[in-house]
Design a protein. Sequence first.
Length: 253
Amino acid sequence: MTKEQRHTFILDKLLKSGSIMVSDLAQMLSVSSVTIRKDLTELEKAGKLYRSHGKAILLNPFTNNRSVNEKEKLSAKEKDDIGREAAKLITTDDSIIIASGTTVHALARNIRPHHRLTAVTASIEVAQILAQDENIDILQLGGMLRHSSLSVVGHYSRMLLQNCSFSKLYIGVDGIDFDFGFSTTDMREAELNREMMAAAQKTIVLADSTKFGRRGFAKIGNIDEIDLIITDSRVSPAVVKQIEELGIDLIIA
């Protein structure tokens, strides 16, 4: 097998599984691990994969902090589908927390309760959207404003949450990695998200399919702390299988 054929084989495997070990590739292709590492180095330089701890993965797992206006343009339809499914889970007499991020903006736009709903949020955008419905009682968390996300963080937000109890937390993330956990790009936001999780009976993660296999700078929690993940139809079968094996409920919008 030529080098070009090996490269095609490697990329095909990555498209199907998302990641693959160097040792497994060496065995499949009947070549040495040294040869595989050289192949992966060339493919990484070409921007076709990312190397990490003895394995190759399809995408660079590290995500950066983007403004909310930029994020709104990414996977817009998928986020709206996710938000619509998430809104269906709201029941009579619910009290919910809505964190920050563009996917929870989509949730807020799809909430139309026919009953009283109490919603607490860190997001100014979410509060403005929900304020259009008189059936929703809104508690806007206070604190320091993050300009990139138009949401608040800090001690005052965490202090309020410690004295309340909620039925559901809806949280957006910057990355879900099955080894690292789920994460965001801001440490202060991660701390607030953990307080939200402690105050809620159920944690519902809203994440479009591009978030899987990615890592933000700040870890929010382990995968097994999630009760339900809502994602879009572009999610890979390999990711679906991993979620199901962990016993986490999954809704594909």
